[in-house]
Write a protein that binds this ligand. Sequence first.
Ligand code: G1P
Length: 291
Amino acid sequence: MKIRKAVFPVAGLGTRVLPATKAMPKEMLTIVDKPLIQYVVDEAREAGIEHFVFVTGRNKGVIEDHFDRMFELDTTLAARGKKAEQDILAANQPEAGAMSFTRQQAPLGLGHAVWCARDIVGDEPFAVVLPDELVLNTPGCLKQMIEAASKLDAKSNLLAVEAVPDELTHQYGICGVGKRNGRIFEVDGMVEKPPKGTAPSNLSITGRYILQPEIFKILETQERGAGGEIQLTDAMIRLAKTQKFYGVEFEGERHDCGSKQGFLRANIAFGLARPELRDGLRAEMKKYLEK
Ligand code: G1P
């Protein structure tokens, strides 16, 4: 199964981290020195994704600018001989024509956001990557999933999953576990944000999916579910009646950067993972912890 396109739903309002996100998209929040959206685009490129589809909304124009070439900046850096800085800009730049932007227009939920990408994705399997979840690992989470998909039937759907404490299952999509083969298992039922004490397992659906294009037809008629939103999980439950779903317990640490604590933790974890920052950051942290 070849996965060429990834959809990034980036229309969310980011209300959990106000006021940071009042005038700036939450996807532009910075972990160390890169915006969240850059991390997930890099993860997708590492996994072999060739086309990047952004489902945006009002006030998100800066995301499009971020992935554009900044002519004035390039020229100024070149004139000043700042080669290292030019290389940083060039390294993470998808090719011209490899990005598409479409708008969700109304905050109707993740399922609706994915449906908005239907014409750009067309009739092929595709990835969905939620930018507020970062996974710190090499290879990245999406690469691990695409490798898993290559060993499965071409009409399979895959979900990245991670165990969460039982008392947090009501915050996530949760899947039931069927036949298992190492880190990959057949999904036996899914439920979006189960009421406390009713979850079929503690395996939460994280922000990485590989889906078959038949999901779009289902999303077209998907009714509102948890939180009054059109839920991707509800559409996947319907698709699971005719196609296989697999859970992939990926290797790596997941960070929910859409919450304040997760965002701070991600900055520490990604900072400590950078050889040039590690020792200095450790020394600073030690000082604070001893206070
Ligand atoms: C969405 C999905 C949910 C998943 C979560 C992961 O929920 O609907 O199934 O577990 O992302 O972050 P949201 O966080 O948008 O409420």
